[in-house]
Design a binder for this molecule. Structure first.
Ligand code: HEM
Length: 415
């Protein structure tokens, strides 16, 4: 068997060397292998330069600056629809409150909201469980474990791809230009329907799993660790960016002020501090030629061989007390007091593999928290669960257990 070593670089002062030498420390080779073996793209599509270039320009156009506004606006529209769908369970309860697992609650709302915003209203939302099941098995699939271990995850991705292929075959409706453009590029490249579905699934996975886990952790930390004074200030700030009301039919409605949501200092700090705690991001690079890396502390030089990997773990940086004072503490206003420097907070990766969806992710999470706090009071039932460290490396780590919370609909929204 061909043995390949992984060198973990735990001193973040060396990260820039790896980012700057992107030919030697190659992300593309690693990403092609994942696209082919885990996301089931044929090798030709996984390594196609034309597809990569098309995707890159779509990300730049539709996920950056004001280019992301249509996606955010559509997300808010679908988010309110998803919250509207939750409200009847509160009206039927005599106490106007429900006890539910916060993981499931955030998935129920986030999944239709973000998938309908990106892929349009014909998106098959029934594949939610399969998408999250696939995410659980990601590392087993990547490690090519035997099929008796991976079968359920492999089935989950194949069922999801089949549903997405059907959606693409019938034509998306009201989809964002990013999803439309990506499928157009795949068609021009001559991809068959399965491959088009697999490409859509890769984007769906990027869209969904990290952001939904991040929303869960934001709310979970918020209700566990923050004072009611902080929550009141957060609600006031949330209202500035997204003021909730009801329309003539009693449905929730709001017009977001996206620039205000983007700036919102408390929401931004809550989001960043949460990611600092829960991110398991591992930036992987394949070594394309034998190379030397110098340890900046000791001056010692160590060798990495062609074909091996280097891995940059964001968590070491996030938990380093020389970078973040009191790293084990959850301080929701940490990044209001001092903004994070370029190499101090890296949940979205870095260098050539920096997440293109980071601005949209931040809009989604802030909009979700802004709406949830205007509508509900949350009461802790279960303690904050631990981080599922066995899922380290895939992005935001999932919780080790369910977290039941009591959610009360505020009097002003009871009809
Ligand atoms: C809190 C939420 C999110 C986190 C923490 C996150 C994190 C990351 C990380 C660490 C990577 C790089 C992976 C690597 O180096 O191997 C990445 C890539 C990616 N992300 Fe995100 N992400 C989030 C949300 C999103 C959203 C909402 C979208 C979609 C709009 C998205 C789309 C993507 C895509 C398409 C890539 C692959 C880029 C490429 O290979 O060129 N992400 N994300």
């Amino acid at each position: 068997m061909n043995r390949r070593n992984v060198t973990f670089i735990t001193d973040s002062r060396i990260f820039p060397t790896v980012f700057k030498n992107s030919k030697t420390f190659d992300f593309a080779a690693f990403s092609e292998d994942v696209s082919h073996r885990v996301f089931l793209l044929p090798q030709s599509a996984a390594s196609s330069r034309t597809l990569k270039a098309a995707n890159h320009s779509l990300y730049v156009k539709h996920l950056n600056g004001s280019g992301v506004y249509p996606l955010t606006q559509s997300f808010v529209h679908h988010l309110l629809d998803a919250f509207n769908a939750e409200l009847p369970s509160f009206s039927s309860a005599s106490s106007k409150s429900i006890t539910t697992d916060l993981v499931d609650f955030t998935q129920r709302v986030m999944f239709p909201a973000s998938t309908n915003a990106l892929f349009g209203r014909t998106f098959p939302t029934h594949i939610r469980k399969q998408v999250f099941l696939f995410d659980e098995g990601f590392l087993y699939l990547y490690a090519s474990l035997p099929s008796f271990v991976t079968k359920q995850y492999d089935d989950a991705i194949r069922e999801s791809i089949a549903a997405l292929s059907e959606m693409l075959d019938q034509g998306m409706q009201d989809a964002n230009a990013l999803a439309v453009g990506q499928d157009e590029a795949a068609k021009s490249e001559g991809c068959d329907l399965f491959t088009r579905g697999a490409i859509a699934f890769s984007l769906l996975w990027g869209l969904q799993t990290n952001a939904t886990q991040a929303v869960f952790w934001c709310l979970a930390h918020l209700i566990t660790y923050t004072t009611s004074d902080f929550q009141q200030r957060l609600i006031a700030e949330g209202r500035e960016g997204l003021r909730l009301s009801r329309d003539a039919n009693g449905n929730l409605t709001a017009t977001p002020d996206i620039a205000k949501l983007t700036e919102a200092p408390l929401l931004s700090s809550l989001f960043e501090e949460t990611l600092r705690h829960v991110s398991g991001t591992l930036m992987m690079r394949e070594v394309s030629v034998d190379a030397m890396i110098e340890d900046v502390e000791t001056g010692r030089v160590f060798k990495v061989k062609k074909g091996d990997f280097v891995a940059l773990p964001a968590r070491h940086l996030h938990r380093n007390k020389e970078v973040h004072d009191g790293p084990g503490e959850f301080r929701p206003e940490r990044f209001v007091e001092k903004k994070a420097g370029r190499y101090e907070l890296m949940p979205f990766g870095g260098g050539v593999s920096l997440c293109p969806g980071r601005f949209f992710a931040s809009h989604e999470i802030k909009a979700f928290v802004a709406v949830a706090l205007q509508l509900f009071d949350f009461k802790v039932v279960d303690p904050l669960p631990g981080l599922h460290l066995a899922q380290y490396g895939v992005g935001v780590m999932p919780p080790t257990a369910a977290m039941n919370v009591e959610i009360h609909l505020k009097d002003e929204w009871v009809v």
